[in-house]
Unconditional design. Sequence first.
Length: 204
Amino acid sequence: MTALPDGVAFHPGFIDTAGQSVLLSELRGIVKAAPLFTPEMPRTGKPMSVQMTNCGALGWVTDKARGYRYQPDHPMTGKPWPAIPVSLLAIWNAVAGFPAPPEACLVNFYRPDAKMGLHQDRDEQEFGAPVVSVSLGDDARFRIGGTEKGGQTASLILRSGDVLVFGGASRLAWHGIDRVYPGTSMLLKDGGRINLTLRRVTRA
Ligand code: MD6
Ligand code: FE
């Protein structure tokens, strides 16, 4: 296996198929209460190709007028985000190595053509906590670089049930999703990929 950057831990197949199904049914409930929305890039308003929602006390949102931020309510319904399921809190407790619980879980939904450009996760106040990422559904190619823009990158295929912990020296590393590979998982009836990122937002 290619060495991953310092601070990144990869747990392939961390969640078994039964656990993935449980998570998926919990996510269906979350999306009913907090519908998927299309995020917009700050300033340009260009729509992102993924759809999003959140669970937790805080959720990550972005739109043309106000840009990237965390807020306690859904941007369309104005309602508080649903709670983070205990199954996800258990994953955080098992892998994060951080004494306080996550406050936000961003849910990204990828249709076959969706991708996510290289970015840093830096809208949180607590960089001492890692970001814990859970992948469900179709495979995707994840790209990871260093903390400086434009450096070398490596890529990693993320599959359904994989957990990636992004912390330490890599907490502010650039990363993105190059592409999704349609038809590589049977978990989602109509295909696609879901990625969940658990984050500590405020200082613990
Ligand atoms: C994705 N993931 O896998 C996008 N961010 O769809 C992320 O942007 C990400 O996997 C921070 C830490 C881990 C991640
Ligand atoms: Fe990210």
